[in-house]
Design a protein around this ligand. Sequence first.
Ligand code: ADP
Ligand code: MG
Length: 140
Amino acid sequence: MTIQQTLSIIKPDATKRNLIGSIVSKLESSGLKVIAQKKIQLTELQAKQFYKVHKERPFYHDLVKFMVSGPVVVQVLEGENAVIKNRQVMGATNPDEAEEGTIRKEFAESLEANSVHGSDSIENAYQEISFFFSQIELVN
Ligand code: ADP
Ligand code: MG
């Protein structure tokens, strides 16, 4: 039993299609609690920096363009094993490989426009949360 925090992003493909509530509902139903949340328009610089681990990948440039193509909702989720739990509710990166009932299976448009981001480790969660939020913005 470990209570963790993780960063979740509702990506532009989903905010554009009015899916914020449907996605948050799936996260909450799994037991995760939203302890911070804001809707923002990322700048190109911010998107580049956030995804800098992927900067050598062929999809990096398009990914950055996609992430600034509309508003995103950045949020901090808290709960038991929140990092893994969020990844389970999200489903596989490629929606064609995502399990039934997952956010990506249900809502993703493509491998790139896959509706949500989620931290992939406790260390990255810590980094990513502090990229967008200060400690006083996290309210349980
Ligand atoms: P995840 O978001 O599941 O952690 P990655 O960290 O590997 O996946 O990739 C980050 C994001 O980059 C993905 O969510 C997706 O939007 C995009 N992406 C990943 N792989 C590809 C690809 N082969 N082609 C296009 N976009 C991709
Ligand atoms: Mg990732």
